[in-house]
Design a protein around this ligand. Structure first.
Ligand code: SF4
Length: 238
């Protein structure tokens, strides 16, 4: 693997969190060697020593880019997506997410343990607001802004009339930023449905994190209702 400094040198995402010539309409294609965030690149370098069997690199989106459902989470978990290299795969949060995707016809299997388990997403894609694992699961605002270029790219291939499910406030804001929409015009609330100007529907959900599910802030029934709303908007009937 190239050094972090070498990767940073070729990256076109600036350390300040802005793209050098303004955000291009198509965003930026995923760079598996991106090290534009110094704190996160340093953390990953530490994990390559401490956890050498882990993926320990930016985690790409999972699923066909033209899928009508796009689920946007926060960031890879240290021993989940950062281990397996696939969003929510091996994470505690992935237990409810993949079960719910399967229950609503968006995944071929209910359990996502590792990247070679053969699970396929069906007309669905999973991405994150931040592609590198942050210490304590807490990305800094500048890191979310910097990584937004990749979400812009994800959304550029997301078809008109599709549904975006944002898991948590940070993901919700990242989607709005990526689409150039004012945050103040679309307040986050669990279950809120926002008709976006381009015809897409943004649905908010509490994040399916261990904390939220163990405290019952988010129940399986609440989460299922979000995905049922997505199915309804996409014209899918059971
Ligand atoms: S979080 Fe995003 S922008 Fe920052 S280093 Fe990782 S991939 Fe690059």
């Amino acid at each position: 693997m190239p050094s972090a400094s070498a990767i940073a040198a070729r990256s076109t995402v600036t350390p300040e969190g802005a793209l050098p010539h303004g955000r291009p309409a198509a965003g930026r294609a995923f760079d598996p060697g991106c090290a534009a965030c110094p704190r996160l690149a340093g953390f990953l370098a530490e994990q390559r020593v401490a956890l050498p069997a882990h993926h320990n690199a930016p985690v790409p989106a999972f699923g066909d880019p033209s899928s009508r459902l796009l689920v946007v989470g926060l960031a890879p978990g240290l021993h989940g997506a950062n281990r397996t290299g696939r969003p929510f795969t091996g994470d505690h949060a992935g237990i409810l997410l993949y079960q719910t995707l399967f229950d609503h016809g968006f995944a071929s299997a209910p359990v996502s343990d590792h990247a070679a388990d053969g699970l396929r997403l069906l007309d669905a894609r999973i991405s994150n607001a931040v592609r590198c694992v942050p210490p304590e699961n807490k990305p800094e605002p500048a890191e979310v802004r910097r990584c937004n270029a990749y979400l812009v790219h994800d959304l550029a291939s997301h078809p008109a009339g599709g549904v975006v499910i944002a898991l948590g406030t940070i993901a919700h804001q990242a989607v709005l930023d990526a689409l150039g929409l004012r945050r103040a015009a679309y307040a986050f609330a669990h279950g809120a449905q926002h008709a976006l100007p381009d015809g897409r529907l943004l649905i908010d959900s509490y994040h399916c994190s261990r904390y939220n599910t163990s405290t019952k802030r988010l129940t399986a029934e609440m989460f299922a209702a979000v995905f049922a709303a997505a199915r309804a908007h996409l014209g899918l009937v059971r």
